[in-house]
Design a protein around this ligand. Structure first.
Ligand code: VG1
Ligand code: CO
Length: 543
């Protein structure tokens, strides 16, 4: 066994996006591609790597191979100990949990999250820092800079590690410990939620369907929901993580989790439905005939936080990404706490949670979480809802409608235009940006624009500034149109159009969402020349 120095040359395009470096599997399979990025990670971390590193992924195609490479490179860079999930499996929230619990200096997560997998699908790599959260931009930018200057990488020539046996082995001087991927995470969940109340709920015949979409949440949901909470076998479906997610698109929304929605709309619908994404950090909450929008879910969790023992003392603040609806703002106001508005991506929440400014965080993209870790956490949100249903003895429908009656309803939708020609998308954003100064104060249909800008965020903790985080057109009544380009896609550009309209009057709370937003949809199209510039008649996905 010895450490090799392998000559290499830089690859273009290794700049991490919203959530790590995400590319087609075939791109990652090029000799040296993964190695270069991992070398750049270790170069960026410098001397701080003498301690423990956590490594795991969502089980997608190329996961095991990538882990073997990363372990051999970690050994070559003086890492003392690597904790690896058995079978190479660790959900994103579990990585965050394990980093924090075991005092690791960081973690490497192999996942392209909600993007499809398999040999023709996507792969990804993310680095998480000591607090368990995604590396902030100054670190990912330093990694990118390092990828552009590489002449060699360092790797041990040791053979592969058996990832399927719990226990300890060595590569060079580094200890490799294969750990149970679920244990630490399950123990944390049991401390946050009233497992006894949830057990009683299931014992009383409450029925649930959790669709793990053949992704990483399966083992976690099975162990916790069926194992610890006593839900009947078969409550968790599609629970075996598959390398290609069974050919599906592991994104828990009504379009990609259509099978769950069909069950929840059916005549024999269970009481509660939920789904999770590729790496287990997203969640969808579904009642009978009702998919709860993620922005509403965040607001409802915030309004009811104290039902869960882990939050019995109340919450210090809420944070939401800018495009997420303002439903949570209304809850924050009624609680007398701040609702922070951050750019898209979980990395912006870390400082707020570390400084105890925000307890709960959420994104419209089916991401919710709290300061128990530093990632969004799909199963956590589902367990919160179970705790809430058990504590209140009400249905999902009742809870949502009572929330609207009390706070008003924020009609909300996101329209995605996927794989659009990149220069057409850039051109649209540039033209829109140029129009912004003239928009303020102008009437648009029955609305009047009160603010039109490209969102800039100044982190209240470290003062760092993020610019160009999404074009927002805010109307005088609080309605909003937001445009962003996705930072997680791997084909052309994806335009995201976010639409929001507030309705206080409960007599108008049962409209169809697209109907309720129809005027804003038309305004968005004409202001941005969306159809004309993209050549698309309609969005690829509406959530
Ligand atoms: C999307 C979502 C964003 C989320 C990110 C990572 O980013 O909009 O809210 O944080 O995915 O989620 P973008 O740049 O494509 O809009 V995950 O579950 O894919 O790690
Ligand atoms: Co994810």
């Amino acid at each position: 066994m010895s450490i090799q120095t392998v000559p290499t040359t830089p690859f273009a395009g290794q700049r991490p996006g919203t959530s790590g470096l995400r590319k087609k599997v075939t791109e990652f399979q090029q000799p040296g591609y993964l190695e270069n990025f991992v070398e750049a990670i270790f170069l960026t971390l410098g001397e701080g790597r003498g301690r423990t590193l956590v490594v795991g992924g969502d089980g997608r195609f190329f996961n095991r191979e990538a882990i073997q490479t990363i372990l051999r490179m970690a050994a070559a860079h003086g890492v003392a100990r690597c904790l690896v999930g058995r079978g190479g499996i660790l959900s994103t929230p579990a990585v965050s949990c394990v980093i924090r619990k075991h005092g690791a200096f960081g973690g490497i997560v192999l996942s392209a999250s909600h993007n499809p997998g398999g040999p023709e699908g996507d792969f990804g790599i993310k680095y998480n820092i000591e607090n368990g959260g995604p590396a902030p931009e100054k670190i990912t930018e330093a990694m990118f800079a390092n990828t552009q200057a590489l002449v060699s990488y360092h790797i041990s020539d040791a053979g592969p590690v058996d990832l399927d046996q719990l226990g300890t082995t060595r590569i060079e001087d580094m200890v490799v410990e294969i750990i149970d991927p679920v244990a630490d995470y399950a123990e944390l969940m049991a401390r946050l939620f009233d497992f006894n109340a949830i057990r009683t709920l299931f014992a009383g015949g409450f029925r649930m369907r959790f669709d793990a979409m053949h992704a990483v949440s399966g083992p976690y949901a099975k162990a916790i929901i069926e194992g610890m909470l006593g839900a009947p076998a078969g409550t968790v479906v599609n629970c075996e993580p598959l390398e290609d997610f069974g050919g599906g698109h592991p994104d828990p929304n009504p379009v990609n989790a259509a099978d769950l929605i069909a069950h929840m709309n059916g005549p024999d619908a269970p009481d509660f439905g939920a789904a999770s994404d590729g790496d287990g950090d997203r969640n969808m909450i579904v009642g009978r005939g009702l998919a709860v929008t993620p922005s509403d879910s965040l607001a409802i969790i915030a309004a009811n936080a104290t039902v869960a023992p882990g939050y019995a003392g109340g919450i210090t603040g809420i944070a939401r990404s800018m495009p997420t609806s303002q439903a949570a703002d209304r809850v924050a106001e009624s609680l007398g706490i701040t609702c922070f508005e951050t750019p898209t991506g979980w990395k912006y929440f870390g400082n707020l949670m570390d400084a105890n400014l925000a307890t709960l965080c959420g994104e419209e993209s089916y991401g919710t979480g709290s300061h128990h870790i530093r990632e969004k956490d799909g199963l956590w949100a589902v367990l919160f809802w179970l705790n809430l249903l058990a504590a209140r003895g009400k249905s999902v429908n009742e809870i949502v409608r009572e929330h609207w009656a009390r706070f008003g309803r924020n009609y909300y939708s996101r329209h995605d235009y996927e794989a659009v020609d990149a220069s057409a998308a850039d051109g649209m954003m540039a033209a829109l940006r140029a129009r912004l100064p003239a928009l303020a104060g102008q009437p648009l249909g029955s609305f009047r624009v009160s603010l039109a800008d490209d969102f800039v965020y100044t982190d209240p903790v470290d003062g760092s500034v993020a610019t160009r985080q999404g074009i927002r057109i805010i109307m005088a009544d609080g309605s909003r149109i937001v445009f962003r380009l996705s930072g997680t896609g791997t084909e052309g550009a994806t335009i995201r159009l976010y639409l929001e309209r507030y309705e206080a009057d409960p007599a108008h709370h049962e409209l169809d969402t697209q109907q309720a937003l129809s005027e804003l949809i038309a305004i968005a199209d004409s202001v941005a020349e969306l159809r004309q510039r993209t050549g698309r008649e309609s969005p690829t996905v509406i959530t």
